[in-house]
Design a protein around this ligand. Sequence first.
Ligand SMILES: [Cu+2]
Length: 832
Amino acid sequence: MTEDIPANPARRALRLHREMDRVWSDLPGWRGSLASVNHSTIGLRFMATSFMFFAIGGVLAMLIRAQLATRNGVFLDTALYNQIFTMHGSIMMFLFAIPMLEGLGMWLLPKILGARDMAFPRLGALGYWCYLFGGTIILASLLLGVAPDAGWFMYVPLSGKTHTPGVSADIWLLGVTFVEISAVAAAVEIIVTILRMRRAGMGLTRMPLMGWYMLGTAAMMLVGFPPLILGSILLELERAAGWPFFDVLRGGDPLLWQHLFWLFGHPEVYIIFLPAAGVLSTIIPVFARVPILGYGAIVAAVLGLVFLSFGLWVHHMFTVGIPHMALAFFSAASALVAVPTSVQVFAWIGTMWAGRVELRLPMLHVIGFFLTFVIGGLTGVMLAMVPFNWQAHDTAFVTAHLHYVLVGGFVFPMMAGITYWMPMISGRFRIRALGEAAFWLILLGFHGTFFLMHLTGLLGMPRRIDRYPGNPEWEWLNLVSSIGGMVMAAGFAMFVMDIGMQWLFGRRSHRNPWRAETLDWAMALPAPPYNFASLPGPRHPDSGAILPLARGEGLLPGAPRQRREVLVRDAGTGRPDHVAVVPGNTVLPIWTAAALGSFFLLMLAGLYWLTPLAISAILWAGWQWGGFMGSPRDAAPIPVAPGLSLPEHWQVRQSLAYSGTVTLLVADGTLYASLLFGVGFLTVIAPNWPAPESGQGLGALLAAGGALLSIAAATLAARLAETQRDRPTGATAALTGVLAGGLALALLGVLAWQVDDPRRHARDALRGVLLGHAVFHGVVALMLGLRCLSDARQGRISGLRQGAAPVWQLFQTFWLATAALSLGIVALQEIG
Ligand SMILES: [Cu+2]
């Protein structure tokens, strides 16, 4: 697919390493560690932090098991028990599993795809700080005794103001939303990295399977998280400002929350499972010493799972009263998921069958996966059957199923992955025996805990209860489960010890210790911060190229311009397209996260009047981020290989930033679509509609029309500013666009003045949100416009250099489309 690119002349590998290391290393000291943006550092931090949260979630689980060991458990009172199971679920889902897979993706993807960094290093760092701050807020609430206690699914009306006064639910909603920012950021980053930064000439059909799995995962995150973010915003608005979305008396419906939650919550299972399956597909062929069986079938299965996972959320709601046809459809669809899942399981078994499996430690964890996950899959098919579901609903059976799927489908594969890639992280081999003992303890402890819970559930024990004085027949089952839990906890402690011992005392590992073929092993151990001194291309497709790449024979060798340069390819053809300079060490991400965090904390404290301060800090930080889009000079093309020179990223329209914006707008569009779903759902389903007569008159109509016209004018001006950027008319157009955008915002403000009180009815509340959506996008569009204007004034844009203009133009168009749709809907409501 690409013409072969000639090799660069070989140089001394050590010299090249020193040159790269100077440019790519983190700064020394603790201050330097705040400024780090390198994907390896950030990825490892994500994984280490998530493991810490896993330990905390595990301790909470032990408390639950201690309470349930006897039927009159006096260990915890009910209020604390409720906090603990809510926090156990929330921590494991939001603070362990998702960040763990983000960390793995961030750390591994550039290595396995043959790149030096992720597409947006600063965004990765921002995501990490958001995760850490959000997680800390959630955790602190437990220490302060105000932890969320309404279950990790936060069902309304239980989580509403009436039943859960105080801040506990707000902490969950704001904290989790804060953490989700990092998930959406990671999804954007992963997609753009996979599509545009793979080794030159690596076609999609020859991409390591991990790439496909992460692509599927990121796509699901991009579409799965926005509904939950929207749901959290709506619920927080209802709690904080009294805007009714879930209050039946005022035109809301609690079921809306369930839909939004499970629109996220179900794909979540696959979001967690797919990267884990990617790990399995990566390491099984290595230890079986044969290529993976059925590459194409696996890719098809991944795509099938991504597609199916979005049609299944209703199977969490079989008992809420939905039409029979819908029940039948979602039941069948849920059972259908077993097909792509088993395609993969058969491919893995077939691969092991065809080869000769070396039973090293990572492979033991793979066996643990098989023993566990298959049972979880079977009980999953059972639960997909509506009559059985009605029987087992909300019993310990479901808890058992859930843990079989999540521990089998995520924790075991992750332990396999960690032990597999540890030599690359630590540069050392493991010490024998400790890891094996840990594995057996975890496996036996796990099945000891959860296998019997199927039976406990079938005997009728509900989830989430803290005492069962009237049911002595559950007692011995629970006691065995509790003992199993303690054994498993001891196993995890040993696992951590094993990792620590390897780090400290392991003997040095030689290169590529597992004799794997993927590019992640084409580097020295431990992996250097820049990954590859020269980048692999069609000539150097796998781990066999380790020496030529270190000697600079690959593409874009070294760092002669003293900056972090990466190669960006055309997404389709695989031809190298341009050289992007990615940002180096900077404290901007942590500042931005702190600004965002202060906004969340002020909201939590109820200090709404202080939030404008935080908002200005966020705007200031956002302005600084844009500084990277302009450059003061036109540069000569950069030599990549003999006879191949490429432009810098300022000079191309299809830059990483542009691809990233397109991807982000998919998430943004999903959020908006979820909002429209909410409007439609409440209008059609909720009782207490139609809404009372609205008092909006001619003034509102004029303001709406005027705002729309101004946005259209600004969009036109943005287009002109982009195409004419090298001429004075370009700067004039930018100025016009900014002014028109400002006018539109002012008119939206006038409109806000005229809207009926949003607390009156769900329709008015939804109008408030639609308006807020338009204002928010207006502010971002205006910032981008100002950036273009200022860059044009300072000569940071030219005929060759694009600056922020393409992104502005894109965003402005999105603003126009959504604002027009929103105003159209309101107009329709008024007529109809
Ligand atoms: Cu589900």
